[in-house]
Design a protein around this ligand. Structure first.
Ligand SMILES: Nc1ncnc2c1ncn2[C@@H]1O[C@H](COP(=O)(O)OP(=O)(O)OP(=O)(O)O)[C@@H](O)[C@H]1O
Length: 279
């Protein structure tokens, strides 16, 4: 966005805890398992926030809560000041797995969200083509998912989420399954799209480079039960040229790596303990 992100909160996550009921094999009864605990996070309107944390710390759980796919056990999540009570067309979700309908063409997949919004057929067609063009897939309208490469399928998934014009994009490791080159080109495209549309983005990744490259802020989570450990402001004087070669890129990368390393060690210790108690 040319005039920079606005400062008001788009999403307010306040004191959010999520528990799951699980069967405890040792005790032979159900018990409560805390996935994330007392999370506080404000996401500004129009910002690109990346979220990193050790495996199993609750990143996807947090995103599902913002998506309204599940409800918190405690705390609240507000979107534009109003509590989230379920999924809505104001939030688009992109998962690691493409989640496309195999029986629909690229065009048909993108039109799906527009049908839900009751947009007339002709306009649906036009808009789907416009978004296919935006993600560089003009000429592939009539292909079915199995006729597209992994990178192309993920482009269709992104175009589908963008086409119904949600204010918020929730992305759960959307590029994790792609090869390095495709990933980098999609990262670049996503940044361009974000700059032109001004959407609020929450993007989960395991890649520290990806988090620094895409995020205006990087939120680091602790090991499970996940909390926000630290938020790093990523600022470059200019994004021209090869950002990854910028000395500050290396500094951010190292800082986040160091902070994560302690949490990964803690997560591994928890896993060892769990395995030990079973064995
Ligand atoms: N429906 C569920 N029932 C029980 N436990 C669950 C459920 N969903 C997630 N969990 C547990 O909650 C914890 C957090 O899971 P989550 O998928 O949010 O972590 P994550 O940080 O996204 O992991 P990863 O980085 O490996 O994708 C994990 O220990 C997971 O096993």
């Amino acid at each position: 966005m040319s005039d920079g992100p606005k400062t008001e909160s788009k999403i307010s996550i306040r004191g959010v805890t999520k528990t799951f009921g699980v069967r405890d094999a040792n005790l032979g009864r159900r018990s409560e398992f805390t996935a994330v605990s007392e999370i506080d996070l404000e996401v500004r309107a129009g910002e690109f926030l990346t979220l990193v944390g050790p495996s199993g710390c609750g990143k996807s759980t947090l995103l599902d809560l913002v998506a309204g796919l599940t409800a918190p056990a405690a705390g609240e999540i507000l979107l534009d000041g109003k509590p989230i009570t379920g999924p809505g067309l104001d939030r688009g979700i992109v998962f690691q797995q493409y989640a496309l309908f195999p029986w629909r063409t690229a065009q048909g997949n993108i039109e799906f969200g527009l049908e839900a919004k009751k947009i007339p057929k002709r306009e649906r067609k036009e808009r789907a083509r416009e978004f296919l063009d935006l993600v560089g897939l003009t000429g592939f309208e009539d292909r079915y998912p199995h006729e597209l490469s992994g990178g192309m399928r993920q482009r269709v998934a992104i175009a589908r989420s963008l086409a119904f014009d949600p204010e918020v994009l929730l992305m759960d490791e959307p590029f994790a399954a792609l090869d390095a080159q495709t990933r980098e080109s999609l990262q670049e495209e996503l940044l361009k799209i974000w700059e032109t549309t001004g959407k609020t983005v929450i993007f989960i990744t395991h890649g520290i480079d990806e988090a620094v490259y895409l995020g205006q802020r990087v939120a680091i989570m602790t090991s499970r039960p996940g909390r926000i450990k630290e938020i790093v402001d990523v600022e470059f004087d200019s994004r021209d040229g090869d950002l990854r070669a910028h000395p500050k890129f290396g500094e951010y990368r190292h800082h986040i790596w160091t902070r994560l390393r302690d949490e990964v060690a803690a997560a591994q210790a928890i896993e060892r303990e769990a395995v030990g108690s079973v064995g």
